[in-house]
Design a protein around this ligand. Structure first.
Ligand code: HEC
Ligand code: HEC
Ligand code: HEC
Ligand code: HEC
Length: 201
């Protein structure tokens, strides 16, 4: 029996993701339900019944974990539905944020923390400040059904960025930091905003 699957909080790797608390609560609820059902199963005398309850609880907690803990997928995955945004982001400094680091710095975790997005499920690094660095890991919200429903998408990890999402990187922990002005930076530093095109045309 793989007990590690029952301890999602302890085994949880994506600490960099700031929704982790919310998903921690989900996991905690699963753990409590698990404990109760397990106790019920143990109090019974039938061994096979106990095993089947245990197995179904393991399966249930596993599916909650794998479907609800979002991971980074990379900006290419957003491209097909947000092409104009993708293209303008691609021209921005964020898409090339690793290029300002020398070879040594590219392996220095203190630098790549802000000059990249994070790692994909397979462990490979997303070597740029991508969509998900501002909008949150996309594995759970990038499906059309979810994306169309803003409340659901937010629940699945979509972030509508505000100033504090920028200043987690734009601060004096970078040796090259000078200043950061949100109002002017957000106009030139992110991407086109299609919803504002009405007035632009
Ligand atoms: C299958 C198509 C699809 C994919 C893939 C997709 N999106 Fe979306 N996205 C949509 C649709 C549809 C909307 C609804 C608003 C609209 O019409 O633009 C949306 C809305 C959004 C919004 C605006 C939410 C709001 O209410 O203001 C953000 C931000 C966003 N997507 C980010 C992303 C990111 C980041 C990715 C990649 C991880 C991504 N999307 C992948 C289709 C998609
Ligand atoms: C807290 C996040 C953070 C950390 C940590 C960080 N950087 Fe930065 N870095 C930024 C941001 C944000 C910018 C762009 C904003 C600016 O220029 O002020 C930047 C810009 C730079 C630039 C200037 C690029 C240019 O076009 O002028 C260099 C070079 C750089 N960083 C190197 C490093 C090195 C080397 C390290 C590791 C020792 C590092 N950074 C660590 C966030 C960070
Ligand atoms: C540097 C941070 C940053 C990056 C990187 C970034 N965005 Fe955004 N995005 C924002 C901000 C800020 C807004 C405006 C939020 C608001 O409505 O207040 C926004 C808005 C959006 C919207 C809504 C647009 C509209 O017209 O209302 C979509 C869709 C979106 N982003 C998708 C993406 C995709 C796809 C990528 C990657 C190709 C991406 N973003 C990369 C910061 C970012
Ligand atoms: C994951 C870390 C990270 C986040 C989050 C982030 N940035 Fe950046 N940003 C960087 C880095 C690193 C650079 C430097 C890239 C380069 O010089 O090539 C940069 C460069 C920029 C630049 C161009 C350089 C400058 O300072 O004028 C602008 C503008 C900018 N960011 C705006 C924003 C805004 C607005 C947000 C929030 C909506 C944001 N960034 C969120 C890391 C980040």
């Amino acid at each position: 029996m793989n007990l590690r699957k029952l301890l999602p909080v302890a085994g949880y790797k994506h600490w960099e993701y700031n929704m982790s608390k919310a998903f921690g609560i989900t996991s905690a609820i699963v753990l409590v339900i698990t404990a109760v059902l397990f106790a019920v199963a143990l109090s019974g005398s039938n061994d096979s019944r106990r095993d089947s309850v245990f197995l179904s609880v393991v399966a249930a907690s596993d599916s909650v974990i794998s479907s609800e803990v979002p991971h980074y997928v990379g900006s290419e995955k957003c491209r097909m539905c947000h092409l104009d945004i993708y293209k303008s982001w691609k021209l921005s400094p964020h898409a090339h944020a690793m290029d300002v680091l020398n070879e040594l710095q590219k392996t220095d975790s203190t630098c790549i923390r802000c000059h990249s997005t994070g790692t994909k499920k397979d462990g490979s690094r997303i070597g740029y400040v991508g969509c998900e660095a501002c909008h949150g890991p996309g594995s759970a919200y990038r499906k059309m059904r979810v994306m169309k429903d803003r409340a659901l998408a937010t629940q699945k990890g979509l972030i509508i960025p505000v100033q504090s999402n920028c200043t987690q990187c734009h601060n004096d922990e970078c040796p090259s930091f000078t200043t950061f002005n949100y109002d002017s930076s957000v106009k030139v530093g992110t991407h086109v905003m299609p919803s504002e095109d009405e007035t632009a045309k």
